[in-house]
Design a protein around this ligand. Structure first.
Ligand SMILES: C[S@@+](CC[C@H](N)C(=O)[O-])C[C@H]1O[C@@H](n2cnc3c(N)ncnc32)[C@H](O)[C@@H]1O
Length: 297
């Protein structure tokens, strides 16, 4: 049985993950994982002039690739992920990490974190975060694959967080993400999810459309393709026009279809502005089956 550092060093040596120091560590056993880890081209040196965007009036920090915002404080699902990650004997994955709202505190609590984002400028800023000590950085790994296509070994991760990222996924990618996370997690590993719901305050009038589609048997009732035209014109250029929201019924069905037990599922709000109605997001903690069945009953 290999320990957490041995596994990660093998993955790095195979080119799949880049250590936050940018070094590649040679490791025996590379052949073992070569077939399952994608190689990436991640040159941190090119990113040295990048700095964190100034916060908006409400404190949110826009992403550099117009994929929404990172909120400065984390929600209760992310909080659960951070606490669980700190106790995990395995690496955890923060998918769509942005500037590290979850990655940084998880590292501070002792977790080994693979911070993933399609924009490597975000990852660069995580690696340069002044709160991180040398010891924290030893446990930080950076990856810029577009999820769900991160090629990790089976039974490798203790937990996965996907906070406010999956609503950018097509139905095919949502399904693939669940299948991949099911494979990557160790038995009993946990999948922490936060997805925009049809009840988000910005989606005025969409909840009715959603419920109508759901009642008519639409498997994916939450697809919107005109976000900035019909819902948030002021965010044109800051968010994509495609959005894929979900409620508890849709999320719990995908979870069950893909071998997860539901430990926690609720609509909640970030309570950041007076516009929040407490139902803008669906949050879930899912457990890979055959690990913790009894605990979830
Ligand atoms: C709205 S921000 C959320 C950031 C953070 N997780 C949070 O909760 O504040 C979405 C982030 O996901 C990243 N992202 C979007 N699609 C992705 C994908 N397919 N794979 C990896 N990252 C992705 C974006 O680059 C962006 O940084």
């Amino acid at each position: 049985m290999k320990n957490i550092n041995q596994l990660l060093k093998i993955a790095i040596a195979c080119g799949g993950l880049k250590h936050s120091y940018g070094s590649v560590i040679e490791s025996p056993g590379c052949e073992l994982l070569k077939s399952v880890v994608n190689s990436i081209d991640f040159n941190l040196k090119k990113q040295q002039e990048i700095s964190l965007p100034l916060p908006e009036n409400d404190g949110k920090i826009k992403t550099m690739n117009a994929m929404g915002f990172m909120t400065p404080e984390y929600d209760m699902i992310t909080s659960k992920f951070i606490d669980f990650a700190a106790t995990s004997q395995h690496p955890v994955l923060d998918g769509g990490a942005a500037y590290g709202v979850a990655t940084i505190p998880a590292l501070k609590k002792g977790a080994t974190v693979i911070a993933n984002d399609i924009d490597q400028r975000h990852l660069y800023l995580i690696s340069k975060n002044k709160m991180l000590t040398v010891d924290d950085k030893e446990r930080l790994y950076l990856n810029k694959e577009a999820l769900p296509n991160l090629n990790l070994p089976a039974n490798f991760l203790g937990a996965v967080l996907l906070c406010r990222v999956m609503h950018f996924f097509t139905p095919e990618n949502v399904t693939q993400m669940f299948k991949n996370v099911q494979s990557w997690l160790v038995p009993g590993g946990r999948f922490y999810l936060v997805v925009m719901s049809p009840y988000h305050y910005s989606l005025k009038g969409f909840a009715k459309t959603y419920e109508h589609r759901l009642a008519n048997g639409d498997k994916w009732p939450g697809i919107i393709t005109t976000m900035t035209k019909d819902y948030i014109p002021k965010y044109k250029g800051k968010i994509p026009d495609f959005l894929h929201v979900m409620d508890a019924s849709v999320l719990s069905k995908i979870a069950a279809d893909n071998g997860f037990l539901i430990k926690h599922l609720e609509l909640f709000g970030h309570n950041r502005t007076s516009k929040e109605n407490g139902r803008g997001y669906i949050g879930a903690v899912l457990v890979k089956k055959d690990g913790e069945e009894n605990e979830c009953n």
